[in-house]
Design a protein around this ligand. Structure first.
Ligand SMILES: O=P(O)(O)O[C@H]1O[C@H](CO)[C@@H](O)[C@H]1O
Ligand SMILES: O=c1cc[nH]c(=O)[nH]1
Length: 248
């Protein structure tokens, strides 16, 4: 049986679908919601837990930050046979999304470098329609609010999304205007690459993020609503990816 190069997992270590998270600290927190969680050996800081939720065997894998490593994790899991992926995490949000609300990817614009190696065409990648619908249903069932729309994905956090210095300030302002003109709802560092890789690999993918940074004011969500939002995000993602067709 083959072993994934960087993750180090075999097909029988993982479930039939996966939630991809950025922050490895989220693995224990989401793992506590699974039945019989098994924390797999960690290589290169890449943490994974496999367990059962809603009678479905599922893995949750943390990639860290950025498109190159996120696609490596997705690609290795797809190579082990996984067919459905939901990326969850945090994002900068733009109106009509509100701080602490959820944003769901319909499609994504790519301003990162990984997509081009996977792209099958010049068209922006589109999220899997059935996963998007499951996420929207799960948001309602969890009494939360969400907006579905276009994501934009970047590599250079402190040049494209958030300014730490005057040199970054001018570029971020220019980028923000472009995002407004193109009707972008949220920005992150992985979605366009994961949707593009998903299309190329023939697997379903969608993103659910908690809006934690206001794209206009650059104000960050406080720790308490962030922690509450993260908990809700775990439940929504688990409900959505394991939603049974006959029970919808
Ligand atoms: O909250 P997570 O999922 O880590 O994601 C977001 O936070 C990181 C820094 O912006 C990027 O990886 C971005 O996509
Ligand atoms: O501003 C933000 C917040 C979270 N994730 C991002 O990519 N950008």
């Amino acid at each position: 049986m083959k072993t994934a190069w960087y993750l180090g997992h075999k097909a029988n270590d993982v479930g039939s679908c996966a939630i991809l998270v950025g922050d490895p600290d989220r693995i224990e927190r989401i793992g506590s919601l699974l039945e019989d969680p098994v924390y797999l050996p960690v290589k290169r800081g890449l943490k994974t837990v496999t367990g059962t939720y809603n009678r479905t065997r599922i893995s949750v894998a943390a990639f860290g930050m950025g498109a190159p490593i996120a696609t490596i994790v997705m690609h290795e899991l797809a190579d082990l046979g996984l067919q459905r992926f939901v990326r969850i995490g945090t994002a900068m949000h733009f109106p009509p999304a509100r701080p602490g609300g959820f944003v769901i990817s319909q499609s994504a614009l790519s301003f990162e470098g990984t997509s081009q190696s996977y792209a099958l065409s010049d068209a922006p990648p589109v999220a899997d329609a059935s996963l998007v619908a499951n996420l929207q249903t799960a948001v309602s069932r969890n009494d939360a609010e969400s907006t579905t729309g276009v994501f934009a994905t970047f590599d250079a956090f402190y040049r494209d999304m958030f300014a730490l210095d005057p040199a970054g300030g001018a570029k971020v302002t220019q980028t923000r205007q472009m995002l407004h003109d193109r009707g972008v709802l949220a920005t992150d560092m992985e979605t366009s690459a994961l949707l593009t890789a998903g299309e190329a690999l023939g697997v379903a993918c969608a993103t659910l993020c908690l809006g934690t940074v206001d794209g206009i004011s650059q104000e960050k969500l406080a720790a308490e609503p962030l922690a509450l939002g993260e908990k809700l995000m775990f439940s929504i993602a688990l409900d959505a990816i394991t939603m049974k067709e006959d029970l919808k």
